[in-house]
Design a protein around this ligand. Structure first.
Ligand SMILES: O=C(O)C(=O)Cc1ccccc1
Length: 294
């Protein structure tokens, strides 16, 4: 555990044995981890001060951003990112022990939308006509399968979920691409940078809204604010502002801390360009090496 002495209360997207649970447990240890049924519930719990931190998935290497997290974090939350956890993901097909010999006649396959998407080719090839049912998490799907022994249904999730809910793994490693990592973020009401051994390169996440009077070259100007200062961008993503078709904001990750003089200069210049900039804080990426039995 990396923050063991603190024993903070930490909300995570549950139930028990979700990927978020594994990531949160690896980082915080077996402190006071509290499962919540959805990403908005986790974000609400930390915003209202019922827990010190929340851990939620932000982005997957295969599927891109998790829309619910983006929506609740970037549209009007008061939260900061304190750390990022990068976790390898392996997906397995699991069924109730009673249905272990009836896999050919599955009636539905349940999982989180990202997990279903990560296994799309496998599912298309092996279970083309089987309905795919979205759940709030992979662990919620596994739990549902365990509670319905008479239904010939499957869940997609991790090994810990199969163990926790007593399911039979019918097929291992069904994700379509080998490099399947997810970024989870640790959120709190405090602008705080959680550090740990080998913290690595810091990162700052900015939300940038362009000036309202649309001018040619604005995005180019914004990027040059970072480029001439040699501030490396590790991500830029445009997301709908939700104010009308064609209106976007940008999520920009910069490989530097907010306190760095060059970053201060960059933020001032963005201000002068009439951009609205919100910083979600500076943090480090914790690379998790979850063992294969999870
Ligand atoms: O559903 C889960 O178990 C989660 O924690 C969210 C998720 C879903 C798919 C890949 C990584 C994380």
């Amino acid at each position: 555990m990396k923050q063991e002495s603190l024993k903070p209360t930490v909300a995570y997207l549950g139930p028990e044995a979700s990927f978020t649970h594994i990531a949160a447990q690896d980082f915080f240890g077996t402190g006071a981890l509290v499962p919540f049924a959805s990403i908005p519930d986790c974000i609400e719990a930390v915003t209202e001060g019922r827990v010190a931190y929340a851990v939620v998935p932000l982005e997957n290497a295969l599927e891109g951003s998790v829309p619910l997290t983006i929506d609740y974090l970037f549209h009007g939350s008061d939260l900061f990112i304190n750390a990022e956890l990068s976790t390898p993901i392996q997906q397995h097909l699991m069924v109730h022990q009673q249905q272990a010999n009836a896999i050919e006649s599955l009636e539905s396959i349940h999982s989180h939308p990202h997990a279903l998407a990560q296994c799309h080719k496998y599912l298309q090839y092996h279970f083309r006509r089987v309905p795919l049912i979205q759940t709030t998490s992979t662990a919620a799907a596994a739990k549902y399968v365990s509670e319905n022994p008479n239904l010939n249904i499957a869940a997609i999730g991790n090994k810990l979920a199969a163990d926790t809910y007593g399911l039979h793994i019918a097929e291992e490693s069904i994700h379509d691409f080998h490099f399947n990592h997810t970024r989870f973020v640790v959120l709190s009401l405090r602008k705080e940078t959680l550090t740990y051994e080998n913290s690595g390169i810091p990162k700052t996440t900015l939300m940038v809204k362009l000036p309202e009077d649309d001018q040619p070259g604005t995005l180019h100007q914004i990027l040059s604010v970072f480029s001439w200062r040699k501030l490396n961008l590790s991500k830029i993503e445009s997301r709908p502002l939700k104010t009308g078709l064609g209106n976007y904001f940008f999520i920009i990750d910069v490989a530097e801390t907010e306190a760095h003089p060059m970053m201060k200069g960059a933020l001032e210049e963005l201000d002068a360009l009439l951009c609205e900039v919100t910083s979600f804080g500076s943090y480090y990426t914790y690379d998790q090496r979850i063992s294969a039995d999870k």
